[in-house]
Design a protein around this ligand. Structure first.
Ligand SMILES: [Zn+2]
Length: 354
């Protein structure tokens, strides 16, 4: 990690050695019309709104001299590719990148949202004025400062969560900036896989099914961001929590992982979570309090009532075809499952803020 990145954030003064970048790109011509770079360390700004783009980008490169990382809101998916297309030899593109758009759902998983970010639409900044890249670059610095403060609080209150995120999203070269960022926040190096797995399992204890958690962890490298956002949502689930629609749109696995962890029975009778959350008998008593138990007949060869077998199989995520004689309670099976499913739909993962 760069020494400068290490020293800046712990001081009372917020002056990260970064260049905060914002571009204005034409909707039709897809070309850079304006840009601004604002230095986090001394507040100086470099602005381009006319002239030779190539020359001005070269000057921006000089302006970024000494910066430890690039900062931007949607930097990795938007600004950086446009900069690379306009001037592939920019030295600043070799700097580690920190993207505040990606960090936001981790730093602020709970309502109310960060006041500068439109979580409910696309996670973009609430702009003061249209086409003002300097203002947006400054706003990004402000968001970054608040994200850092919010995540630092977790060092005491949720160290496992912070450790998990550090391991999940600082894995490769693209996210070298995020590794430095998390090293700064946690005051620790990136954890090992074993440390991360232990921390994630500990974090999920009581928040989801550990059998599913282990299976998900085994494939964590395939969807690190989705799992990071899943953990963020689980950290506040039950409160006034929201998984932003743009997260659900861009990382659809996050919603799938939440459902797998919380709403799908693993079938292991030793699993405390599933025993408690996915008991067919418990659901029966909850939704049909006047019916004390499933009908004893017809029964499965293992002795369980067939009604119970059907409900448990469906709760475990299986496709089920239930064939029972007339009058033996088929309707109860689907009505129970439908009520349970409806209740879940009425508690969506994401709600539009009021
Ligand atoms: Zn389970």
């Amino acid at each position: 990690m760069n020494d400068r990145a290490k020293e800046a954030p712990e001081s009372g003064r917020f002056a990260p050695h970064c260049l905060s970048i914002d571009l204005e790109v034409g909707i039709k011509d897809r070309r850079i019309h304006q840009f601004a770079g604002v230095r986090g360390d001394d507040g100086r700004a470099f602005i381009f709104d006319s002239g030779d783009l190539d020359v001005q980008l070269a000057k921006l490169d000089d302006f970024a001299e000494g910066c430890a990382f690039l900062l931007g809101h949607n930097l990795i998916a938007f600004d950086a590719p446009y900069l690379a297309a306009a001037k592939p030899d920019l030295r600043l593109l070799e700097l580690p990148m920190v993207d505040t758009l990606l960090l936001n759902p981790l730093a602020f998983p709970r309502n109310p949202y960060h006041h500068l970010v439109k979580h409910y639409q696309d996670g973009q900044l609430k702009r003061g004025r249209l086409n003002d890249p300097q203002l947006d670059a400054c706003l990004t610095l402000e968001v970054f400062r608040d994200q850092q403060n919010a995540l630092r609080v977790l060092r005491q209150s949720a160290p496992d969560l912070l450790l998990a995120w550090h391991w999940l999203i600082a894995a490769d070269g693209v996210t070298a900036g995020l590794n430095a960022f998390f090293m700064t926040v946690r005051r620790r190096s990136r954890p090992t896989e074993a440390e991360a797995q232990t921390a994630i399992e500990r974090f999920l204890g009581g928040r989801g099914c550990l059998n599913h958690a282990r299976a998900i962890l085994a494939e964590a490298k395939q969807h690190p961001w989705a799992l990071a956002y899943t953990l963020a949502w689980l950290s506040v689930a039950g409160g006034n929590s929201v998984m932003p629609p743009w997260v659900r749109h861009q990382f659809p696995e996050a919603g799938i992982l939440v459902r797998r962890l919380r709403d799908t029975a693993c079938g292991d009778s030793d699993c405390a979570w599933c025993r408690d959350r996915h008991s067919a008998l418990k659901e029966l008593k909850h939704w049909f309090p006047d019916i004390p138990s499933f009908r004893a007949e017809p029964a499965h060869s293992d002795g369980r009532p067939l009604q119970q077998c059907i409900v448990e199989a469906a709760m475990g995520g299986e496709h089920v075809l239930g064939i029972l004689p007339t009058g033996t309670g088929k309707s109860l099976c689907y009505q129970l499952l439908a009520r349970k499913a409806l209740a879940r739909r009425q508690k969506p993962l994401a709600r539009r803020p009021r």
